[in-house]
Design a protein around this ligand. Structure first.
Ligand SMILES: Cc1cc2nc3c(=O)[nH]c(=O)nc-3n(C[C@H](O)[C@H](O)[C@H](O)COP(=O)(O)OP(=O)(O)OC[C@H]3O[C@@H](n4cnc5c(N)ncnc54)[C@H](O)[C@@H]3O)c2cc1C
Length: 351
């Protein structure tokens, strides 16, 4: 059982910044995310797009914002359960919550902060009747650990950036890489398309278009796929892995059944106070919540996370009084023993 002070569901910008604000209050955090990497929409949907409305950054790439947030919270040593979806929540007699993921990982905390954004990103699955029988037995819808494919035969399907980029990346790791797409044209970045063509010419990628995988073969594990290429008889490709990368769609998912008040697919919170839901101890911050005047913006998520942590502190330490200090005055004590001192001149000026 993973135990922490604040269990954060969602490692998007809001969830990540919560770790910093909680860290200032000496509260430890653990994050769960259905995606294999942190950053939420910023890393999954638009990592290369510039954002212009993050205060004090005239322009920052969404991917760099995630990188900076990870750097900023490193000192507070957050735990991560990535690639797993938070499925159920149970309140215990001592007031804590146990959250269990779809992979059975259990987490316990006195405070749960739902920072689930638009919901957990679920893979779009191809319509292949028996594919479900091979999930985690050679069929994967996202790549979490590239080493899994070392010296293996791999078939990837899809026409976007993920399919192209992973096909390129895996040529250095896998025994063979086959990329199958139902059209001749790809949707991904032009330089990735050109790189795939180049690797095809070098015999490092087996590119089959226009074609579709129609069946998965195997008993305990995938051993092959049946491919239909336009104008040809169906044929079999022997493979250890079949990875359809058809994109991810967000869904509020299981959180919708946690007994929380929901309005228009978002969780209602008390915005006059602390972003708590109708269940004491469960907060909702960032894109996932709703209240009068709500704006789904990153800076609003940061603000909500800050206020929420103050309330969480009072719940966790009802007998302690917390006096807010500017970081310029109090500095920052990381859990890893690091200390960022407040500059003496600033301290003096404020005193
Ligand atoms: C193309 C685009 C451009 C944008 N441009 C801007 C901009 O310029 N400025 C701006 O301020 N905002 C912008 N936004 C909006 C901004 O990205 C969001 O406001 C922000 O990402 C919200 O952060 P969040 O952490 O609340 O949620 P998200 O970023 O959505 O992260 C939520 C995370 O929670 C996870 N999750 C959800 N449910 C579960 C579960 N049950 N179990 C495990 N994990 C779960 C998801 O997998 C996800 O990773 C843009 C959005 C898009 C799509």
């Amino acid at each position: 059982m993973i135990q922490t002070d604040i269990l954060i569901i969602g490692a998007g910008p809001t969830g990540l910044f919560t770790v910093f604000e909680a860290g200032l209050l000496k509260l430890r955090c653990h994050l769960i995310d259905a995606l294999p990497q942190p950053g939420g929409q910023c890393s999954e949907i638009y990592p290369k797009k510039p954002i212009y409305d993050i205060p004090a950054y005239p322009e920052i790439l969404a991917g760099d914002l995630t990188k900076n947030l990870m750097e900023q919270i490193k000192q507070f040593e957050p735990g991560f359960t990535l690639g797993e979806r938070a499925d159920t929540i149970e309140k215990q007699d001592d007031g804590t919550f146990i959250v269990t993921t779809n992979k059975g990982t259990k987490h316990q905390a006195p405070v749960v902060a739902i920072a689930g954004g638009l919901g957990s990103f679920e893979p779009r699955k191809p319509i292949i009747p028996n594919i479900i029988d091979f999930e985690d037995k050679g069929v994967e819808y996202m790549i979490k650990e590239p080493e899994l494919y070392r010296d293996k035969d791999v078939v990837i399907a899809g026409g976007g950036d993920s399919a192209l980029d992973w096909s390129i990346f895996l040529t250095d790791i896998a025994k063979s890489v086959t990329l199958i797409h139902r059209r001749n044209e790809f949707r991904g970045a032009l330089d990735s398309v050109e790189k795939v063509q180049e690797l095809k010419n070098l015999g490092k990628i087996n590119l089959i278009t226009p074609a579709e995988v129609k069946a998965v073969l195997g008993k305990e594990h995938v051993t092959g796929v049946v491919v239909e290429e336009t104008g040809k008889e169906p044929f079999i490709i022997d493979t250890d892995h079949f990875i359809p990368l058809f994109g991810l769609a967000p869904k509020l998912g299981p959180i919708a059944n946690w007994g929380l008040e929901i309005e228009k697919n978002a969780i209602k919170v008390n915005n006059a106070l602390d972003y708590q839901t109708n269940v004491e101890g469960i907060y909702a911050i960032g894109d996932v919540n709703t209240y009068p005047g709500k704006l789904k913006l990153i800076l609003c998520g940061f603000h909500e996370a800050t206020l929420m942590c103050q309330s969480a502190y009072k719940r966790i330490h009802p007998d302690k009084k917390y006096v807010m200090k500017y970081t310029t005055v109090g500095g920052v004590d990381g859990f890893d023993g690091t200390r960022k001192e407040a500059p003496k001149a600033v301290v003096k000026a404020i005193q």
